[in-house]
Design a protein around this ligand. Structure first.
Ligand code: CTP
Length: 398
């Protein structure tokens, strides 16, 4: 898969830079063309001579060649790359990437490249666990940067914990899978994906909603579109960018989501019901802002329409995938929903699992269908989306 691919390897100033030599070697053996760009500090950890010899290309560090003044064009480098792999990536470089700081060639290239970007962080455990680093990583993930999680183990500081750069062979496997041409197995299929939380108005100012971020649904919509499907994403309010190739329909309330989904279902081949739809909505929405007084306030709620159940009752041979978020007796509750709503399979999250659920970038799910259940390990939401798409493809091929 990597044969003939252009890999731009960015190296930053971490002790793990020595592993970049092995990484470069593995990429070359797999048939890739490699160019290396280093931060000035990285040169202290591994010599440009080593990297130039292994990559068979001159190393780029400065904006200009100090000898002849020739410009090292970050734009041309970015255009050349099929993948920009930054390994090791220090906390400092990740922070600068997250904030658009461009004070060296490695960073200007990051800003101007349209190639997929992969980072393999390497740092001390406390730096990695620090809220600032985690926030920066989360922002980078949201802009589409792929993060290869560091490993748990002994660190250069003598401490032991999570922060060791992933092994070069693992990094190469990741890049290989990323650049694999996605087979357009869902070409010609139309899917609806619901995502995010609905908002049920109490008055012009207040509402009832829930903690759903929409990340899981957006990842699924993007994955189905990458596989060639025509995707309609019916979404509650989120701060997420629309995935490439996806048609987006913004709604607020459960009622609006119901209307948009039911209308599109007739011409669809399937639907993935990932939204956290409010089960109750205020019976009346006040025209004006409610004013407080000394009494308690009672708001009468009525049931919303169950969109998934309605699609299930007339699904025919369409594919219908549901979600269940439970806190107890998880599998029994999910199975009951599977049958009642006629889902082909249901994706169960338990709020008891760490790393699963609402706002994070990871999820731990179990697939449940008529035949049994399959528990997946803790995965990125992107990877969970891939597994869901694989299962949908399996159902279509049946
Ligand atoms: N769903 C829907 N329309 C609704 C409610 C839920 O489409 N009005 C879908 C969700 O997108 C999800 C599944 O149904 O795929 C969740 O089932 P549900 O029984 O509604 O779960 P909860 O809302 O968590 O309800 P419960 O209180 O029964 O656990």
């Amino acid at each position: 898969m990597l044969k003939g691919k252009h890999i731009l390897l960015g190296i930053t100033g971490s002790i793990a830079a020595y592993k970049a030599a092995v990484l470069c070697r593995l990429l070359k053996t797999a048939g890739a063309d490699v160019q290396v760009v280093m931060t000035p500090l990285a040169k202290q950890f591994i010599t440009p001579l080593t990297m130039a010899t292994l990559s068979k290309n001159p190393i780029l560090v400065e904006f200009f060649n100090p000898e002849n003044g020739a410009w090292n064009s970050h734009v041309a480098l970015g255009e050349w790359a099929d993948c920009y792999l930054i390994a090791p990536a220090t906390a400092n470089t990740l922070a600068k990437m997250a904030h658009g700081i461009a004070d060296n060639l490695l960073l200007t290239t990051y800003l101007s490249s349209r190639a997929p970007v992969v980072v393999a962080p390497a740092m001390d455990l406390d730096m990695f666990a620090h809220a600032t680093t985690q926030r920066n990583l989360s922002e980078l993930r949201q802009t589409g940067v792929h993060v290869i999680e560091p490993e748990d183990g002994e660190l250069a500081s003598g401490l032991s914990g999570k922060g060791r750069m992933a092994e070069p062979s693992q990094i190469v496997a990741f890049v290989d899978a990323l650049l694999e041409e996605k087979k357009k197995n869902l070409q010609g299929k139309r899917f609806i994906v619901t995502a995010g939380a609905t908002i049920e108005a109490i008055d012009p100012v207040r509402f009832i909603s829930n903690h759903s971020s929409g990340k899981m649904g957006y990842a699924i919509a993007g994955e189905l579109a990458e596989r060639g499907a025509d995707v309609l994403l019916v979404t509650g309010r989120t701060a997420l960018p629309t995935p490439t190739g996806v048609t987006r329909c913004d709604i607020l309330s459960a009622e609006e989501m119901h209307r948009a989904v039911v209308e599109a279902f007739d011409s669809a081949d399937g639907a993935v019901m990932c939204a956290a739809v409010a089960d109750y909505t205020p019976e009346h929405c006040a025209d004006r802002k409610l004013k407080k007084n000394d009494d308690d306030l009672v708001i009468r709620l009525r049931r919303t329409k169950d969109i998934a159940a309605e699609l299930g009752s007339r699904k025919g041979d369409r594919i219908l995938v549901g979600f269940a978020l439970e806190t107890d007796d998880e599998e029994a509750h999910a199975r009951e929903k599977l049958e009642r709503k006629h889902f082909d399979f249901i994706v169960l999250n338990s709020l008891r699992d760490t790393g699963a659920g609402f706002r994070g970038d990871t999820n731990k799910v179990t697939f449940i269908d008529a035949a049994g259940s399959e528990a997946l390990p803790l995965l990125s939401k992107r990877e969970v989306a891939r597994r869901i798409a694989d299962k949908i493809e399996g159902l279509i091929q049946k």
